[in-house]
Design a protein around this ligand. Sequence first.
Ligand SMILES: Nc1ncnc2c1ncn2[C@@H]1O[C@H](COP(=O)(O)OP(=O)(O)OP(=O)(O)O)[C@@H](O)[C@H]1O
Length: 628
Amino acid sequence: MIDPGLLLAEPAGGRRRRRFRAAAAAIRLVWRAGPREFLILIAADIAMGIGTFVLIVQARDLLTKLIDSEAGARSAGVALNVVVFVATNVAIIIAQAVVTNRRTLLQERAGIHVCSEILKVSCLAELDNFDDATFHDRLQRAAGSALMRPAQLVQSLAQQGQSLFTLIATWIALATIQPWIAVCVLVVVVPVWIGGTRGGEQYYGFVRQTTPVDRSRGYIFNLLTGREPAKEVRAFNLAEHLTRQWRTIMEFRLVRMRAMLRKQLRATLISSVGTNLVVVAAAGALILLNRAGVLSLAEVATVAGALLLFSQRLSDSVGSANQFFESAPLVEDLQDFLALEPSLLERGRGERVQRDFSTIDVDDVSFTYRGSERPAVEHLSLTIRTGEVVALVGENGSGKTTLAKLLAGLYTPREGSIRVDGVDLREIDTKNWRENVAVLFQDYLKYALSAKENIRLGSTEKQVGLDEIRAAARAAGADDFLQALPSGYETTLSPQFNLGQDLSLGQWQRVALARAFFRDAPLVILDEPSASLDARAERAIFDSVRELYTGRTVVLISHRFSTVRSADRIIVLDQGKIIEQGTHTVLMAQQGLYAELFTLQASGFLDGPTPADPDGEVALSTGSGADG
Ligand SMILES: Nc1ncnc2c1ncn2[C@@H]1O[C@H](COP(=O)(O)OP(=O)(O)OP(=O)(O)O)[C@@H](O)[C@H]1O
């Protein structure tokens, strides 16, 4: 479990400058998402500000005429004032409705736009990034902010603009009636505004502190609710234990949240008490000024109305400023995450390779995983020629899968290089190289999609019919059982979905093999392709490997020696280093680690101890040994 004390410090740099950058970034993102809605919103906000100013002026004129003027002059002007007042009010109501409507639409558009930008970066990121907790934290914060924050930031800016506009308009109206009150209001309002906007910043601190534990919380929640983990969680009675862990995290979160909310509450109290004090003090002043004969009754009524509006706008302004300070750092995070895109794109660009390349040179390659101290592979050198079937064997953790991932271009060597016909993989277009590689991973994915789609995902660019998909399934020995499913190849391979059906592990492995067969690539990497296959299937498939992959290069990883003995070359890895290589016969004759492991495995099938057989003629009771 993640240490709850793992708190990340806020990034360094000028805070004001960063907020300004965030606001600019949010405006850019929202503008790109919906320029039309954006313009309509701005126009409506400005119109509402102007409308409010007109309302105050009209109200003052109206009251002056009603209270102070002669009856004749009164009736002439009042009608016009009433018409303008009502029309302005209606215009404001319409503008408000438009703002609400367009804001919802713009928020949705901005969410879609930002989410697709995040997906772009996340899909471009290298496998290496996914081994990095900080990357996951950033991704989580970016994804958490994507739907709402940019639009919220722009909205808070627009609201702030509108509130400020109205505040200034009201203040000017006040100043024209009674300058002293206007000056007093200004002196009190500024500190109230600053104090009230402290709360927004607190939220970001809370999000940053809790991101790592939030990811743990999500992970445990998925363990407790997912279909895949359900069997083990039940078989090992893990539910209580995991729920307790989940609660501990939630309580940690709650403690942090309480502290944050306390600070926010303090800020809100400062602001609302301050604002109300302004209104009460001003009302008292108005009564005194009226009694002293400085202000007429009409002026008192107008100033009182303006002050009420002022206090309302002041709370709006504090509210939107809080929202700004809450959203700005999150948008900054989002912006930083999206800023990874150009460098990732640049890293992925490069030369294209020909499909008919002739050699892959692994030259003194070392690779250490992030956060690991020991290299997973160290100073590896080998040459793989087109058409060769090369097998990688070795004990658990010896570096076979790591070498396969390096060959597939999923990781970049920390030292040394992998060259395809002399060109370093670092200089080859990533997407293009991946098109040339078909990998069947040890932990392949079981897509909860139709059987057809599960195979077709091997090559989404191919426009083919069911016949080609069935041909790949047939090669992997999957056609019969897929055809027999309730809706044949259209059956969803998961009971989580309507009329879906699961497969056995061995059947799944055949589907995954079919996917790799379907990807017509010149380099095929099969990592433990027969781990779940029955003896007959294994024999049938590996007897046909050469025929299926004629002219292609196959890198085969397996602990089942019956699968690898027919390879052109067997590479034996130990603690990340190549310790032996050659054909089965040569390696058996060397009496090294390969011979030892082979003999050990073969003896498991026999009654008595088995001497190492240099010709590979060990009588396996499964009968699964191909010719060496
Ligand atoms: N993502 C990772 N982050 C850190 N270390 C890793 C990662 N993946 C593998 N390792 C480590 O790298 C070393 C080599 O692992 P690798 O998966 O290449 O071994 P392998 O020979 O394929 O093992 P197996 O036969 O068990 O599949 C191991 O010590 C393993 O713990």
